[in-house]
Ligand binder design. Sequence first.
Ligand code: AGP
Length: 613
Amino acid sequence: MCGIIGFTGVKNAAKVLLEGLSELEYRGYDSAGIACFTGDNTITTIKTVGKVASLNACIPPELESSCGIGHTRWATHGGVSKQNAHPHTCGKVTLIHNGIIENYLALRDELSQSGRQPVSQTDSEIAAMLIDSLYQGDALTAIREAAARLTGAYAFCILFSDQPGTIYCIRKGSPLVACHCESGSIIASDMVALLRYSKDYFVLEENHVARMTADGISLCDLYGNPAVPDYQTVTWDTSSAQKNGFKHYMEKEIHEQPEALSRTIMPRLIKYQENDTYYTLPDFAADNIPDTLFRGLSRIIITACGTAMHAGMMGKILFERLLRIPVTVDIASEFRYQNPILDQNTLVITVSQSGETADTLAALRLAKTAGARTLSIVNVKGSSIARESGYVFYTHAGPEIAVASTKAYTSQLAAFYLIAFRAAFANKKFSAQECSLNMERLLSVIPALHKILEAKEYTQEISRHLTKATDLFFIGRSMDYALSCEGSIKLKEISYIHSEAYAAGELKHGTLSLVTADVPVIALATQHDVLSKMISNIKEVRARGAFVILVTVKDAVIEESLYDYRIDLPDSDDWFAVFPAAVVLQLIAYHTSYLRGLDVDQPRNLAKSVTVE
Ligand code: AGP
């Protein structure tokens, strides 16, 4: 939930850390701080409440350093205050932490008896106290002994005051990626902070210690056995992680969706010959995902959080329609506590943009332990979920920086379509011809997204009518209901307008009492098989005076008196209308947030990557 970075090398460390923290700010932004070895080899710590820009303003221009650590925080233990901001120092130890130390209260009581008193309310400071209490000049021993005492999740970057120029790092559960390059050695929570120095990086293995100096990074396990970094290369460049002329990352990422979808779909297309005909089929040979994964299944469980779970809701509809086996979608934070029924004929699909969401990771681990087959749909390469899953399907959407997920969502949808089609083909539920026809329809989504992005101005006009709303409903049926859930979270997370997604037919069973002239309703009506029923539901809200925004398809005949605004989606088959419809909802959320003068990319109380349970 926090962003951490460490640098030691030939550049100005404060500058490197601040630039890196700006890239990592999406992970948390309530306070920030750095600690650097300065001229006389003492450690100078500067921290502040607020964003990285506030920290920047506190750094004296004369601060010279070539080694330091930096942190941008999303508060968990202890409120938002300068004291609780990182880095934390105890004795010879100064550290930054991402994660949660679950047994910190017991450790605090124990360490207090030896005279060490924390000055903050954080679990992280207790980790600093613990490591300091164990440190007698041998960093590895202190870290090993501390790791044995800490329960929970952590990524630490640690400075020892008597080892200037050196940073020690360890992680368990929380991410850390690193590289050594011409400028020195650098480590961070996410590759985006390394990109301006190198496209090559490695993931620090859990329970391995990295010792970083300007000359290089040495790795070992907790017992000192050396380890070799497994370097990987990112395919995108620094511009992918910048705004490129857009006002916000979210706006840029909305516009990147046609390209992102093409990266998800195109590498998975093959020409398949049957008799004398060639068909276009999805194929996962390059992903090392065999057809046997989809055969002999008794059920599928999809588990994820937030937007990723909403993509899973669409996956359920597709799998059930095509495979005719039961599919459930579980909120990952609930999954473990439901004592789920899992066996080797169950396929558990976890979905995660970051690949680091703690609840989703925990669900995956449970599924593996119970012997279920596991497949993960993940965006970030080398992330924990990707590494631990039996099989991984990378969405290749590119870096997503805005807290509100947009291109990751539509790429996850595309992943579900590809997987469902392949699974149906592998189980002979879809002929090559049917599969190929649907692949063409899926590909036609890419120009449809280009087209719907032209409706930007119109969605802005619609948003003007929403800025004063305090409550709002999204309604839809079947696929449109799954999309309503996504539209609702998008709007509320960045506009702070309370909104709810409702299955349109369910509204009259209680919730309709909340619909008044002051409560706008965004009605999704893209599915022909339920269109007439949907029209009846729109009539119900209209009769209560609701301001109605209708998202539908061109050929839907709907009386003008039933809506205030109508958006017609580009022509597409019913199954695929959710893609352009998703973009419409993203644009409405975006403009509403912007028009309300809010921080679109970094909404209050949230963080991009939720690595705590
Ligand atoms: C998306 O707009 C949200 N910010 C959030 O729901 C997100 O999708 C969720 O936290 C899951 O993240 P993940 O995909 O990285 O696992």
